[in-house]
Design a protein around this ligand. Sequence first.
Ligand SMILES: C[S@@+](CC[C@H](N)C(=O)[O-])C[C@H]1O[C@@H](n2cnc3c(N)ncnc32)[C@H](O)[C@@H]1O
Length: 371
Amino acid sequence: METKILPGSYPMNGGDGEVSYARNSQCQKRAVDDAKKIINEAIADLIDIKNLQKSSNRFLIADLGCAAGPNTFFAVQNIIEAVDNKCKTMQKNDPEPDHQYQTIEYQVFFNDRIDNDFNTLFRSLPCSSSRPYFAVGVPGSFYGRLFPKQSIHFMHSSNTLNWLSRVPDHVGDINSPAWNGNSIFCRGDNKEVAEAYLNQYKKDMEVFLNARAEELVAEGLLALVAVGGRPSGVPLCQINMGKTYEFLGSCLFDMAAEGIISKEKVESLNLPQYYPTASEMEELINKNGRFSIEKMETFPGPGEHFHNVQTWSMIVRAGFEAIVQNHFGNEMVDEFFHRYTKKHAENLSIFYGITKLVQINIILKRKVCSK
Ligand SMILES: C[S@@+](CC[C@H](N)C(=O)[O-])C[C@H]1O[C@@H](n2cnc3c(N)ncnc32)[C@H](O)[C@@H]1O
């Protein structure tokens, strides 16, 4: 099915069919599962239910970049269970035994860009009798304001912040030293290209953090899950995800050499993706100044999905089909992903022993006196 997408927007494949994100996001699900512990600890340590209930019994959660499900439902369910557990513990240990805690009512805001498949998302919501929250859809870019000031208690975003708001300046300009015509992604081994991508990432993160600082209540929490990332000093082209982009690019150049697509068109494709290191993230958050870093963990991200050719090519297709289709048209898409699957299979041995993406999970607390 051909999807019309807006410039600067790159939705995951919608629906619940064979090549949908809903059926091909096991790798991202793993990252969500792996962040459970840090989120549970953050809620246990940092949320003051008693204080919160002085103003209302509502607890508002937002998931930013939710796609069409189902990972967002697991993330939200986990947050709610953690808040419920925290409530029970506070009640049990309350020095004022007569203090009445109110039952919390949860409202969950599912955000993604306007061309996300919200229909599939809402159709697959857990049924209302087993769903302990009211669901709301919030269309729009998280690189900007989405909610009223000081309205949200907990924000979550997983596997999203690698997506830049746009392709960086100059990488598509043949006359610039940052021209990236020989590659479709930021390999990390060309200084000018890497700088252009990093600069865009810095701008985007500043806008993202400023918007969240406005929207969260004082001391509200922001969980950034699976942000990135690269091990320090290792260019993306030397890690598993970078190899994937390299193979996607080389299939496109092969197709151009055979006259199936135009070489200029391939040279002009630049994926709007940046993979920060943990220290780049820390520096950006500290420089922004509106959040304190309460918890942060890094560990090698999921790698086993790369070892299964079919699984991995479907995950890649579910995430990148729209961008390829938008750039080259629909006719070449099946052939392109067929070639990519073949290339991945031929090079499978590379994915054993190669450096993995780093999973960076960060819990931020909005400072009370945010700038
Ligand atoms: C890889 S999916 C992750 C989906 C889900 N959070 C998960 O962990 O499975 C990335 C999602 O981020 C969304 N996204 C990217 N840029 C965005 C933006 N600027 N504003 C809102 N959503 C965005 C994409 O549309 C996509 O649905």
